[in-house]
Each structure stands twice: as C-alpha cells, then as structure tokens.
Design a protein around this ligand. Structure first.
Ligand code: GLA
Length: 388
C-alpha cells in the first residue's frame, strides 16, 4: 500500500514525498478498560493499515489528499489552535500540536493518505492515522520519536486526551506500534512496555462483527467510567494503604473484602477492571498451555462483566454475544474496545471463520434488522516508516 501511495502522491502533487509511514489498526483481545488503570492488556495489531506520505512545502497551507474517498483536506497552520474540525484532518492537526514539544517546525506540508482499516469499526482507525502521520513527521523533521516508540504512542494518546477530549489510555496507539505478526502482545501499562509476545496457535482466527450501533454519549461515558475507576482506587488506597496507586494494585480478594466501603458503582467498575487484569494473566498461561477452550471462556466472562459490572455493553452487543454462544465453532466472544456499541470479537476455528461470520450476521439481522459488517482478522505487524 505504501509503495502505491508514494506513486499516487507524486502524480497528484508533482513532487517527490520525503517521508512515508504506515500503521495498523488493533484488536483488544482481553483486558477491557485496564490500560488507564495501569493494568495489563492482551491485544494485537491487525493486517489492515493506514499509510501516510508527506513532503514539507513553503507557505502555511497544509494539504492532505485522502485517497480513501478521493477528497483533499486542507487547513492553515495559523488555525491549528482552534477547536478540532470535523473529519480526519483533526487527527493530523492534533498530532502536529503534540509534536511541537519535540521541536516540530511550523512548516506546511503536502500529504497523501490511504487506508484499509475500517472506519468507526472499533479497530482504532484513528490511532492508526495518528501513529502513521506522527511517524512520518518525526522522520521528516528528525524529531527522534521513531527511536522511542512509547513516546510516539503517548503523542497519539495526547491527540485524544488533549485535543479531542477523550481521556483514553495508551492501548490503541501502543498496539498499533508494537504489534507482531501472527502474535498477541501483552502490554503492561504501568511499566509501559510489551512484557510478552505469544503466537496465536495455528488453526484459530478472530472474527470481528460490528454491531453497527454506537450510542451518542460515547466519549463522555468513557470519561465517566475513568473517573469511577479513579475514585474507587482512591477509596481503596484509604483502606489498603499507599501501595494502592491505581486499580492495578488491588487483588481480587481485596476488592471482594472492600465491597461495603465503596458505592455500588465504584465497586462494580473496580471489580471489572481488577478481574480483567486477572483474566489477562490467566489467558497468557492458558494460551501457552494450548488450552484455547478455556481461553475462549475468559472472553465470554469478560463480556459478562462488561454487561453487568462496567455497564459498557449495549443491547446489540449482548445479542451478538448470545448468538455467538449458540453458534457452533465459537470458543469465546466479547465486546472489544471502549464499548457502548461498536464491535465484538469472536475466537473461532480458522477453517470455519467465514461460515461462522455469515451465520452470526444472518441471525443478528433476523433479530435486530441490522446488517452487520464482519471481518476475519489476522494479527499483523506494528507501524513502520522510512525517509525516502
Ligand atoms: C478505547 C480506548 C483505550 C482503552 C479501550 C478499553 O479503545 O482508546 O485506551 O481504554 O477503549 O479497553
């Protein structure tokens, strides 16, 4: 894709690009809403990527040709401190703002963009774009973020946190950067590193089924969940002492013992996060032992906890998971990512994946009238970039 985009850039602008980068979308496999609680997550990059190529130009007008829809986006450098515009350019503007502190010069550019990461499908197309353009800018202006990928991930998170107002964690950008082909990565968001890489045993695949529904208050709901977690952690620190900095530090026994000291909401939210961390650790062992059935059951458990404890499921997501439970070939399924609508992931036998996706989508259509999108996803490599 990158090579083709370089050619298209040259044809469109009549100049040669200077830097090129590509970054994949991601799947959250297990460990829901644990990242901003400094917990652990099992995730992978996917094979679908966003490619970004650019060249600095004179003046103040920045142009980005988006080959996904054949439309050119543009903005003036003088406007990047205004509120975010609609459309994809906001991720690029957000990244320019983040990169200023690494020495990004106030210089206009021409860029081209191409992607096969499904949009609004819960596969982090926004993180893929942030990482791809961040890497290209870093290379073009010698900012050094390519040598410190965790910093690049933080810059992408900064776009969401500081410019778009979503207090998300590091999972999306991290998975897009550190993904490894055919593998699941386990990330620790306290030490901010990938602590383990496991090959997904041959013969299994993830099917992603999009519920096609997102309810409107997604961003504020997300931020409210984060606040609930933080207030629960503060109370738990009052009970168990200063060693509790975040929910990551609380054991499943401790949260059970603290039930009476927390509000119902805090207790439920904390329980979800603490058990998710525990499930991630168990999952690593199970995958290593080759016990994929039990690993699958953890995915179902995770969804149940989202539904009851974290309340970030939706009627449509629950219907998809119920269908999954009664469809042969499924080992486990859950909502994936922020929740409140969005996607479900289903662990299935690879040879039956297409058939399985069709069955689930048919049943979902019958029950809800909604035609769901589905994708068979294989874990892909993380972001790459180069100077041209
Ligand atoms: C979204 C956020 C991530 C993470 C997940 C939930 O994808 O961007 O940081 O919190 O939700 O695990």
């Amino acid at each position: 894709m990158l090579d083709a985009l370089i050619g298209k850039f040259q044809n469109y602008y009549g100049i040669a690009p200077v830097a090129a980068a590509q970054a994949p979308g991601r799947l959250e496999v297990l460990g829901n809403h644990t990242d901003y609680n400094e917990g652990v997550v099992l995730s992978c990059a996917v094979e679908q990527v966003t490619a970004f190529v650019m060249a600095p130009v004179t003046g103040t007008k920045c142009r980005i040709m988006d080959f996904r829809d054949g439309r050119e986006m543009s903005f003036d450098l003088a406007d990047i401190d205004r509120p975010p515009p609609r459309g994809g350019s906001k991720y690029i503007i957000g990244m320019l703002r983040e990169l200023r502190r690494f020495g990004l010069p106030a210089q206009a550019f021409c860029a081209a963009l191409e992607s096969n990461v499904p949009l609004s499908a819960g596969m982090s197309s926004s993180a893929a774009l942030e990482v791809a353009c961040g890497l290209a800018f870093s290379l073009a202006y010698n900012l050094g973020l390519e040598n410190d990928p965790a910093l690049l991930a933080r810059a992408g998170q900064g776009v969401e946190n500081n410019y778009l107002g979503l207090k998300s964690g590091l999972l999306d950008q991290f998975s897009s950067i550190f993904g490894v082909k055919d593998s699941l990565i386990m990330s620790d968001f306290r030490s901010v590193e990938v602590t383990d890489t496991l090959t997904l045993p041959a013969g299994y695949a993830f099917v992603v089924i999009n519920s096609m529904k997102k309810h409107h208050l997604v961003d504020s709901d997300y931020n409210v969940r984060r606040q609930d977690c933080e207030s629960a952690a503060m109370k738990l620190a009052g009970i168990f002492g200063e060693t509790v900095k975040t929910l990551r530090d609380v054991s499943t026994e401790q949260i059970a013992a603290a039930r009476a000291n927390l509000s119902w909401r805090e207790y439920r939210r904390a329980q979800h996060v603490i058990w998710e961390c525990s499930r991630v650790n168990t999952a690593m062992r199970l995958i290593r032992e080759g016990d994929i059935r039990s690993f699958g059951r953890l995915l179902f458990e995770s969804h149940e906890s989202s539904r009851l404890n974290f309340e970030n499921s939706s009627p449509e997501l629950d219907i998809l998971i119920d269908i999954a439970k009664s469809t042969p070939g499924c080992l486990g399924a859950r909502l994936s990512g922020g929740g409140f609508g969005g996607i479900t992931i289903h662990l299935v036998r690879a040879e039956k994946a297409a058939q399985y996706a069709e069955k689930v989508c048919d049943a979902y259509k019958k029950q809800t009238g909604i035609a769901a999108d589905s994708f068979i996803c294989a874990p892909g490599d993380g972001a790459t970039g180069c100077l041209l």
